[in-house]
Design a protein around this ligand. Structure first.
Ligand code: UDP
Length: 370
């Protein structure tokens, strides 16, 4: 059986890396990897950590790239690869432009498209934009759906997808996290040395990440206003913010938060350094999907800067609180977790609803039994 695994951004790479490595180690399959390069630097950091050398690299990232260009280039860039390799299965992950376009290309080539992290839905096509559309298109086009939770399976069943074509696996992000945990403990790389020299780890660390397109503009202005207030009101806290390289994020964040002594704006970290930093944090404020799935495994409460979520499991389990991009709400919930140790302790000891780290194994067994 021939597999082509396609991904293009940092989060897809992290979540596909364990699947790639387990497929490559399995002689029942011939597996090739194609990266689109939708992200470049942030993608390459992940490939290096997981020792993945792509067979094909479309290198599509351009300054000021846009969705029209990316979508077209992914589809036409995959054509010759699909035609020469002729995979039986094309694997896509999640909800990026790469996911959507690669699923269409795989479909055109007559391969069976396998959607990993399938069935997440807000059912509001505009939020998150364009991710909800991306994941719905991939869901229409895919033959096999690897749903992280029962709830995501339920969403797919509601769309009349046959139960035989869905497997509930848990999220592969936990596979990646558990696989990396021993390599990250006691990490002493350049990032860690630099962070330790700038940041007082005796203080409580609030880790922040944010990149979502729907928060660009006013959303980031509100987020920055909240972070500034939290920093000023709590000099005993250090805010550490690895800033996403997207200029729509980089520019406002640098302008609004550049000069506050207990806010540390740093470059995006490599995956192991980021896991190390999550582990050393008190709480995490983010709009990231992956981070809210990882953090409960490390016992870290998460405030999510989104109004809607396709990850209701975390909110129901209580590991995540949705705060939107409302400045006052972000400040209030953060302050509460800083001041109320009962609330903090109960939140940080909850069970992670996203699985046990065996998702890839389940996917591979499913495919081998087809
Ligand atoms: N991450 C990282 N370095 C950073 C910030 C995040 O390696 O500086 C990792 C994080 O552990 C998670 C993934 O990147 O696995 C999340 O990526 P992102 O927030 O960009 O995308 P999303 O999860 O929202 O799709």
């Amino acid at each position: 059986k021939k597999n082509l695994i396609v991904f293009g951004t940092r989060p897809e790479a992290i979540k596909m890396a364990p699947l790639v490595n387990q497929f490559l180690a399995d002689e029942r399959f011939e597996t090739k990897v194609c990266v689109t390069g939708q992200h470049r630097e942030m993608l390459d950091q992940v490939l290096t950590f997981f020792n993945i050398i792509p067979d094909f690299d479309l290198s599509l990232m351009k300054p000021n790239q846009n969705l029209y260009h990316l979508t077209g280039e992914v589809i036409s860039g995959l054509k010759p690869i699909l035609e020469s390799f002729q995979p039986d299965y094309v694997y896509v992950h999640g909800d990026t432009t790469t996911t959507m376009a690669a699923s269409i290309a795989g479909f055109y080539a007559g391969a069976k498209v396998c959607h990993v992290e399938a069935g997440l839905r807000t059912n509001n096509m505009l939020s998150p934009f364009p991710e909800e559309m991306n994941r719905q298109v991939a869901g229409r086009v895919a033959t096999y759906h690897f749903a992280p939770t029962l709830k995501s399976q339920e969403n797919l069943l509601k769309e009349n997808i046959s139960k035989d074509h869905i497997l509930v696996t848990g999220n592969t992000v936990i596979d990646a996290l558990l696989e990396s945990a021993n390599r990250v403990e006691g990490l002493e790389n350049e990032d860690v040395v630099e962070l330790s020299s700038k940041i007082d780890f005796e203080k409580r660390i609030i880790l922040v990440t944010g990149h979502r397109r729907e928060n660009h503009g006013q959303g980031f202005v509100n987020i920055c206003a909240a972070l500034k207030e939290i920093a000023v009101q709590n000099p005993d806290v250090e805010i550490v913010y690895p800033v996403h390289l997207n200029p729509n994020v980089l520019k406002p964040v640098n302008e609004l938060l550049g000069s506050i002594s207990n806010i540390h704006l740093i470059k995006p970290l490599s995956y192991p350094s980021f896991v190390w930093l999550m582990n050393h944090s008190y709480l995490i404020i983010t709009d990231s999907g992956g981070v809210q799935e990882e953090a409960p495994s490390l016992g870290k409460p998460v405030l999510v800067m989104r109004d809607t979520t396709e990850r209701p499991e975390a909110v129901e389990a209580g590991t995540v609180i949705l705060v939107g991009t409302n400045t006052n709400k972000i400040i209030k919930e953060t302050q509460e977790l800083l001041d109320n140790s009962n609330k903090y302790n109960s939140m940080s000891s909850l069970h992670n609803p996203y699985g046990d780290g065996k998702a890839c194994q389940k996917i591979i067994e499913f495919i081998s039994n087809l």
